[in-house]
Design a protein around this ligand. Structure first.
Ligand code: BDR
Ligand code: CA
Length: 318
């Protein structure tokens, strides 16, 4: 049976590729996309989600969510990484469909309650929608099957500050609520995603296989690739958000440690994620909120890339 998922996203070049996987993979039942600010404004995020689903020839509910962080002042979107339009500033066709009237948080609550114990929420942007859903229905912690978050960094260091990963940094207060809650949670952060580099030749195979959607994935990848060349000196891109789906379907490609997660919400280390290993005791219990999470500490990079390429060259949206 395919796994029913809600995909919470701020598309975003790597989000777009992950959406293509979620739409195409036969082992995923995509219940809907929920959108958040992050790589782009909330309006652009929703526009891009609608467009990507249209280009795949599918009809999937899309619910708009958080326009900004819970507490801190919103950072400007990182146009130099994803482009001002979130898809590498390429020209895009017009969008014909519309988002639901329902909010992202309400959509998550309703879908999880309709199928208690079955739904996995995969969140690959700032975590305001999941924090709001938890506030609407605290019982979600026992009804969601699992929450998979692309975000954070334990030993790898940060990508927007020396210690913080972008999704957590963009809304650390929401991240603290989500990562410290007592639900089954897997964190797929930079410790794993930085081991995975999608090279241009592999991307070309995906473009060829994915039709109109592939064209957008390929052209936006070219912009994102420039950023990686300048920032990290590598020829290729880290497919951060796809890695969350890879973990869901191929957990054997990751090394996982169990630990309690915390998020630093203020000060110089704002947005840093901490993990207190389950097996260790510290001077007091401040670092042990909720239940221990599964935290991806490493990945089989070539295995992950092979899986992504295989998925997007074998399965195409109808
Ligand atoms: C994360 O930040 C965003 O820029 C990407 O889409 C990904 O979700 C990586 O740090
Ligand atoms: Ca993202």
């Amino acid at each position: 049976m395919p796994t029913p998922i809600i995909f919470d996203t701020d598309p975003g070049v790597d989000d777009a590729q992950a959406i293509a996987i979620a739409l195409a993979h036969p082992d995923i039942e995509l219940l809907g996309l929920t959108t958040t600010f992050g790589n782009v404004t909330i309006e652009v995020a929703t526009h891009n989600a609608l467009l990507l689903v249209e280009l795949a020839g599918q009809s999937i509910p899309i619910a708009q969510g958080a326009a900004g962080p819970l507490v801190k002042t919103k950072n400007p979107p990182p146009g130099h990484i994803h482009g001002d339009n979130g898809l590498g500033d390429i020209s895009l066709p017009p969008v014909e469909t519309q988002a639901l009237k329902q909010s992202a948080a309400q959509f998550i609550v309703d879908q999880v309650n309709a199928r208690p114990g079955e739904v996995v929420v995969v969140a690959v942007g700032p975590l305001g929608n999941l924090a709001a859903a938890l506030q609407l229905d605290p019982g979600l912690v026992d009804k969601v099957k699992r929450v998979v978050v692309m975000g954070g960094s334990i030993r790898e260091g940060g990508n927007v500050t020396p210690v913080a990963e972008a999704n957590i940094f963009n809304d650390p207060h929401a991240a603290a609520k989500v990562l410290e809650a007592s639900w089954p949670l897997t964190l797929v952060g930079l410790d794993a995603t930085h081991r995975c580099v999608l090279d241009p030749q592999s991307m070309a195979r995906i473009v060829e296989a994915q039709g109109a959607l592939g064209k957008v994935l390929g052209e936006s990848y070219a912009f994102y690739r420039n950023f990686y060349q300048q920032a990290l000196g590598i020829d290729g891109c880290c497919p951060h958000d796809s890695c969350a789906l890879v973990w869901l379907l191929r957990p054997d490609l990751f090394s996982v440690e169990r630990g309690y997660l915390s998020v630093v919400t203020d000060g110089l280390a704002e947005g840093q994620t901490l993990m207190a290993p389950e097996s260790r005791e510290f001077v007091d219990s401040r670092w042990s909120h909720g239940t221990p999470a599964d935290v991806c500490m490493n990945a089989n990079g070539s295995g992950v890339i092979d899986w992504i390429v295989e998925t997007l060259t074998t399965h195409r949206s109808p």
